[in-house]
Design a protein around this ligand. Structure first.
Ligand code: AQP
Length: 341
């Protein structure tokens, strides 16, 4: 048996993938692939928890898969697939629903935030974390690399796994750990550094840097970034400095420098205008090759399909036996099992 840790993480194909998704999650998935046994998923079933345009969702799902590859996810080192291609996820979610108390879901902060923004709240939105728990648990994942906002859902996954193990008196599910990056775990909105950069706010010009934005759009968003009326360019816990802090945090996450090195880089900057342009430049240069590779992959649909079909077959081979075993443990009769077991 390999002693490499098993990693699972997912991302919704809801469009507007932004720098927060990249720095908080995807970049770290790619960076540590060689050390781990990796499964990465475009979680299209999760995106149905809020209303979607079907054509747009189909496009965004393929585009998201291409973007993950362009960001460095390597199908030779990682399993990459689309969640709905592996039916064990929906099937196993039902089984987990039947061991998860309703109250656990009602107290999730993401549910409270997102449901407050909807006129009519879908059952799937409440159930979102159970589907996510299955994603993780059906692959025996030890680690779940996510941004800060998903930590509560990984903690709920641990609770569900522990409850199942206790109810059925066996160590069936591995108890996973959330892995939150030291830098980039919470990239804030450029237009409002008190709220996290979000896909659902990213249609508003100046809020987010989207992964597929043009250099002009990126420069525009940074130039309009909210700062304060001062001049000092340094990391700070002062809430008034949240805008400058966010810009420096993005620069630090992209360049991999320490706080002191970042501050030294800006020691001779001519005010916040200079800071904004220089942060924009490093972001533009980081995204340029990713965007080029994304275009190539989108122009070769057959190759993208081939990679995704291969990934789905790999994922199915792991998740379906796990879900079948769950069914057996829970007392369901498996088809063709002569003694019903
Ligand atoms: N602002 C962020 N900073 C750091 N990490 C972030 N993530 C999301 N926003 C930030 C991390 O990105 C991964 C994939 O996220 P997801 O598919 O769950 O994203 P989402 O919820 O659709 O994206 P948003 O932007 O959070 O959308 P809203 O809030 O509009 O629904 C996750 O690991 C997440 O932590």
């Amino acid at each position: 048996m390999s002693d490499r840790k098993r990693v699972f993480s997912g991302i919704q194909p809801t469009g507007n993938t932004h720098l927060g998704n990249y720095l908080g999650a995807v970049r770290n998935w790619a960076a540590r692939q060689a050390e781990k046994i990796n499964t990465f998923c475009v979680v299209d079933l999760h995106s149905l928890t809020v209303p979607q345009d079907p054509e747009q969702l189909r496009h965004e799902t393929r585009s998201m898969a291409a973007l993950l590859l362009a960001c460095g996810i390597d199908p030779a080192q990682s399993t990459l697939f689309i969640q709905s291609h592996v039916t064990a996820h929906a099937e196993g979610c039902w089984l987990l629903n039947c061991v998860t108390p309703l109250g656990w879901l009602q107290r999730m902060t993401q549910f409270k935030d997102k449901s407050a923004r909807q006129e009519s709240v879908l059952t799937g939105l409440l159930d979102y974390p159970v589907l996510m728990a299955g994603d993780i648990l059906f692959y025996d994942a030890d680690e779940v690399p996510v941004g800060e906002d998903q930590k509560q859902h990984v903690e709920l996954t641990r609770d569900i796994a522990q409850r199942f193990n206790a109810l059925y008196e066996q160590e069936f599910f591995v108890i996973p750990q959330p892995i939150i990056p030291e830098v980039g775990a919470r990239v804030m909105g450029l237009d409002d550094p008190t709220v996290k950069m979000s896909k659902s706010l990213a249609d508003k010009r100046g809020h987010a840097v989207r992964m597929l934005d043009t250099p002009d759009e990126i420069l525009y968003s940074f130039k309009r970034a909210v700062t304060d009326s001062g001049r000092e360019i340094a990391f700070s816990n002062d809430p008034d400095k949240a805008g400058v802090n966010n810009l420096l945090g993005i620069y630090r996450a992209i360049t991999g420098q320490s706080n002191a090195e970042v501050e030294a880089d800006f020691a001779n900057a001519r005010g916040y205008g200079d800071l904004k342009v220089r942060v924009a430049e490093v972001v533009i240069e980081t995204l340029r090759p990713i965007q080029a590779r994304h275009r190539e992959l989108m122009d070769d649909p057959a190759e993208l399909d081939r990679i995704l079909a291969h990934g789905a077959a790999q994922a199915r081979a792991v998740a379906q036996p796990k879900v079948d075993e769950m069914k057996r443990i829970m007392g369901l009769v498996l088809p063709g099992a002569a003694d019903g077991r």
